[in-house]
Design a protein around this ligand. Structure first.
Ligand code: NDP
Length: 485
């Protein structure tokens, strides 16, 4: 099927179906600013159908031996790898991200997510607790039922599969909602799920807007588990919808992540790592280090070399093999980026690089949503630009004089998702990592992800942890079985 003419339908009970209301939204290609397909504009009626299908499938799927579920998930992973080029191209067109990034990061990670949880369920252990001569306890972990899985537009298949894979691996069925801005690879994943033999109703995908579809999923009484990744404001709405129904909720939210460079760091590595952590995916990764702090004695040298390296990133048509910086996801997000660049200047910041929309990229991308890597200096630590999540290719750089001072700067934020620390002093690395309030601290690296580790945020960056055992526990109910001796 040619994606250009496609109306993306829902996927319910193993079938591709039109939304009940027969309405569709335009799906815009960010690089061109033009619609290139349409996506189902579903509502609560479609969610009801998806939940009914998931409900019907639950008993059969949850009773299947883990080895059988594992085999099907491994099949999905293999098919994602087989279709790597097709999926990477679809992801690039849908999001505006460079094709090379989708090919090297997004799609391989989606395959890894399925493979990881397919094999994890073969190696689980149960706890046992012996109560002296009184009783013997063991912990039974059972699937919870129907999981509602809601994901954002920045890493569409990567993040959706990060939820689907553990949810269904342990025996739940699911109703998933990708962002209406980037629905294409979720649609392609449903084709793959059919081909891999996933039973009908185990994975259901309902497309549409956040309030209409996401809201219906979080409010549905039969969906007792919600895994949400998105912005902090939406996360609060999700929490409010779930609380009165006592749903189990995981919230992976926004970030304003510090990236700390001490003068004793390997500056070549720190600069290369900081360019990546600042501008990967046009800065639209929740883990991007948007606040860079540099020890004053290395500050001038760092800025000079950092600006130079960032200025060489090739901004261009996402489908061009050489492109390193693609398009911003939509006009709203582009306007938000421009708003913050203006605000930064009003707050006293100076633009060291970027700051203005580029000249036309090429004829095809004349109306696309592009913005160059932008570096801002001279801002106070507590200004709005340094406190609010921009989620674009914009970073600020601030000097610091002492370890204590920079720890204060790093923690002076409502968010607490991730941070990076660059130093060759091992004791300092441990000391600083321990004191920073973020769910992940990378030392001398960025975005190194081992799928076994707990992943999530503190403060306004979220509640709960996903990944590895945490995900297996989140998607199951622990039951204590106590047998008298
Ligand atoms: P949003 O919060 O706008 O949307 C996330 C998802 O929630 C989308 O599918 C959206 O639908 C849906 N949604 C919107 N409103 C509701 C609602 N009332 N009830 C239920 N679902 C709803 O985030 P973005 O898509 O803009 O993504 C960017 C944000 O995600 C950033 O803040 C970023 O930091 C964060 N993020 C966090 C990550 C983490 O792991 N902590 C990872 C990646 C991103 P629709 O898009 O169709 O409106």
């Amino acid at each position: 099927m040619r994606s250009e003419s496609l109306q993306i339908p829902n996927f319910i009970d193993g079938q591709f179906v039109e939304p009940v209301g027969r309405k569709y939204l335009d799906n815009i290609e960010p690089a061109t600013g033009k619609p290139y397909s349409q996506v189902a504009d579903s509502d609560a009626r479609d969610v009801d159908l998806a939940v009914a299908a998931a409900d019907k499938a639950f008993v059969g799927w949850s009773k299947k031996p883990a080895a059988e579920r594992s085999k099907i998930l491994l099949g999905i992973a293999d098919l994602i790898e087989r279709d790597l080029e097709k999926l990477a191209r679809a992801e690039s067109i849908d999001t505006g991200k460079p094709l090379s990034l989708a090919r090297s990061l997004d799609i391989p990670r989606a395959a890894s997510n399925f493979r990881f949880f397919a094999t994890a369920i073969l190696h689980t252990e149960s706890e046992a607790h012996i109560t002296d001569n009184v009783a013997f306890n063991y912990t039974l972990r059972q699937p919870r039922g129907i999981a509602g899985l809601i994901s954002p537009w920045n890493l569409p298949l990567y993040l959706l599969s990060w939820k689907i894979a553990p949810a269904i691996a342990v025996g739940n069925t699911s109703v998933a909602k990708p962002s209406e801005l980037t629905p294409m690879t979720a649609y392609l994943l449903c084709e793959i799920a059919c081909e891999a033999g996933l039973p009908n109703g185990v994975l259901n995908v309902v497309h549409g807007t956040g309030p209409n579809v996401g809201g219906a999923i979080t409010a549905h009484p039969k969906v007792n588990t919600i895994s949400f990744t998105g912005g902090t404001v939406t996360g609060r709405e999700v929490a409010e919808a779930c609380a009165p129904l006592f749903k189990k909720v995981s919230l992976e939210l926004g970030g304003k992540n510090p990236n700390i460079i001490f003068a004793d760091a390997d500056l070549d590595a720190a600069i290369a790592g900081s360019v990546r952590s600042s501008f990967a995916n046009q800065g639209q990764v929740c883990l991007c280090g948007s606040r860079v702090f540099v020890e004053r004695i290395a500050y001038n040298d760092f800025i000079h070399r950092f600006v130079d390296k960032a200025s060489k990133l090739k901004l261009g048509d996402p489908l061009d093999e050489k492109t390193e910086q693609g398009a911003i996801v939509n006009k709203t997000q582009l306007d938000k980026v421009k708003f913050y660049v203006d605000l930064a200047q009003k707050e006293g910041g100076e633009i060291a690089l970027g700051g203005k929309s580029p000249e036309a990229i090429n004829e095809r991308c004349r109306d696309g949503y592009f913005f160059p890597p932008t570096i801002i200096t001279g801002l106070p630590v507590s200004c709005r630009t340094n406190r609010e999540e921009i989620f674009g290719p914009v970073v600020t750089i601030t000097p610091f004089d002492s370890e204590e001072e920079v720890i204060g700067y790093a923690n002076d934020t409502d968010y607490g998702l991730a941070s990076s620390v660059w130093t060759q002093n091992l004791n300092r690395a441990h000391r600083v990592a321990e004191k920073i309030h973020t769910g992940t601290v990378w030392v001398n690296c960025w975005l190194v992800r081992d799928l076994r580790v707990p992943f999530g945020g503190m403060k306004a960056s979220g509640v709960g942890r996903e990944g590895g055992t945490e995900a297996l526990h989140f998607f199951t109910e622990a039951k204590n079985i106590c047998i008298a001796k």
